[in-house]
Design a protein around this ligand. Structure first.
Ligand SMILES: [Zn+2]
Length: 461
């Protein structure tokens, strides 16, 4: 057996935001019974037992911002174990095994450059805040990629990302890599390529614990003869939540290397030991979870049943609103002599409670502002947070408009509108309401404007 064969399992741990943007609380979710909500249930089935088994110290993983915040507040022991496992790995292996993630899980190729930069910077700042060191790599939401996104990752100091084998062109002669991708700016970034078939074999046909040895023999050993690094990437919830036996199966894979001829590694550690070899080109506007380019999040595709024209209509409404909100924000910041986008990028320090609003403004040369001006500007910055949150990928992921995720996007828009109105007196809601009338649920017949009205009604009650 070849002992230079290495295996990495990367878990994408993520939950879409479920909290009400007005109260910050998660409404009771009856289908998660006997738990109060899905976060609690998945914690009990997946995050807590994975952390207790110390698996977070041996896999590579990214932990989404909304989930990390929830765990920090509601499942402290599990959260603390995850952080400690990452730090421990970094101390013994010189590289962390945690990977950062753009903070609101936005499909980055669909975003404007300045929003891409904001999402990436906020993601890096959040990771550094939680794990106590800067990340070296970044997970792209849905692995959605274009060169501009990779350029920004590299400019922000990210050394690597992960893509799926159907998203690249070029020779995969070194297994999962890492490979070099040359960037339009003249720079480069390392890319790990996941083995789609092996990943699916684990995610969708997970063996019983007693069958793990056979599974390793069938799935891993012959690949080890051929490739260098084998990379499995999967949703972290695969272990324990989607498959009850997943925690134990993962444990057996993590400790099965001696018998089956591989060593476990993590992406950061592997990159330190193996500089990129070979060069790949990226297929822009592709993603790992849908083979129809980015259609799923723009116009809809065959991956979901029914009429998905609501997706394009809702996106148009959100884009128009974002444009209006940005216009007001830019006008106000520039009138006060500030540069709008670096100020917004740094606002993450306020979100993370590292500084207060006035201190941030002072650091941007705005310490002279009166109280009313400061308050106005800080309200507009807060509006930008909700405006960013509208674009969580799950807004557009599912089949219908009239369900929690699109409602959540519209509710965030309502908060951004309210903050803007509070700050400037400007009411941008009429055009937004008109745009939302075009988006219709094929299941309930309600339009997105009806959903907006219901949110406003509830707000009044
Ligand atoms: Zn699709």
């Amino acid at each position: 057996m070849m002992s230079d064969c290495t295996l990495c399992i990367h878990g994408h741990f993520y939950q879409p935001p479920r909290a009400d943007p007005f109260t910050g609380r998660i409404p009771r979710e009856p289908d998660a019974a006997p738990y109060a909500n899905w976060n609690e249930r998945i914690t009990a089935e997946c995050y807590a037992p994975l952390a207790e088994a110390d698996h977070f110290g041996r896999i590579s993983f990214n932990l989404g911002g909304t989930l990390a915040r929830w765990l920090d507040r509601h499942a402290q022991p599990t959260y603390a174990r995850i952080i400690a496992a990452e730090r421990g790995h970094r101390e013994t292996c010189t590289a962390g095994n945690g990977v950062a993630q753009p903070v609101h899980h936005t499909i980055l190729p669909l975003a404007r450059r300045r929003d891409k930069i904001c999402q990436v910077r906020w993601g890096i700042a959040s990771f550094t805040h939680r794990f106590g060191h800067r990340p070296e790599g970044m997970w792209l939401p849905e692995m959605a990629v274009d060169y501009e996104t990779l350029d920004i990752l590299a400019a922000e100091g990210m050394r690597f990302t992960i893509l799926s084998d159907e998203q690249i062109e070029g020779e995969l002669d070194a297994g999962a890599g890492p490979y070099r991708v040359r960037l339009p700016s003249g720079g480069e970034i390392a890319v790990f390529i996941r083995d789609r078939h092996l990943s699916n074999a684990l995610s969708f046909t997970m063996p019983h614990p007693a069958g793990v040895d056979d599974w390793l023999q069938q799935q891993i050993e012959w690949r080890c003869q051929r490739d260098g690094l084998l990379l499995i990437t999967t949703d972290g919830e695969t272990f324990g939540h989607h498959h009850r036996q997943g925690i134990e199966v993962l444990g057996r894979i993590l400790s099965g290397g001696d018998a089956h001829g591989y060593q476990m590694t993590t992406l950061g550690m592997h990159l330190h030991q193996n500089p990129p070899r070979g060069e790949l080109q990226v297929i822009e506007n592709s993603a790992w979870s849908c083979s129809h380019r980015l259609d799923r999040w723009v116009v809809g595709c065959g991956c979901t049943p029914g009429d998905s024209r609501w997706k394009g209509a809702l996106r148009r409404a959100l884009d128009n609103l974002a444009c209006d909100l940005d216009g007001v924000y830019m006008q106000e910041t520039r009138a006060l002599g500030a540069d709008p986008w670096p100020l917004r990028d740094d606002y993450i320090a306020v979100i993370l409670d590292q500084v207060d609003g006035p201190a941030l403004l002072a650091a941007h040369g705005l310490g002279h502002l009166g109280e009313a001006e400061s308050k106005r500007l800080l309200a507009l910055l807060e509006a930008q947070v909700y405006r960013q949150r509208m674009y969580a990928s799950c807004t557009f992921f599912f089949e219908d408009l009239d369900r929690h995720e699109p409602r959540y996007a519209i509710a965030n828009a309502v908060r951004a509108l309210a903050l803007t109105r509070y700050a400037t007196g400007e009411d941008l809601s009429h055009s937004f309401h008109r745009d939302l009338q075009v988006a219709t649920s094929h299941k309930t017949g309600r339009t997105a404007a009806d959903i907006l009205d219901a949110i406003l009604e509830k707000g009044k009650a």
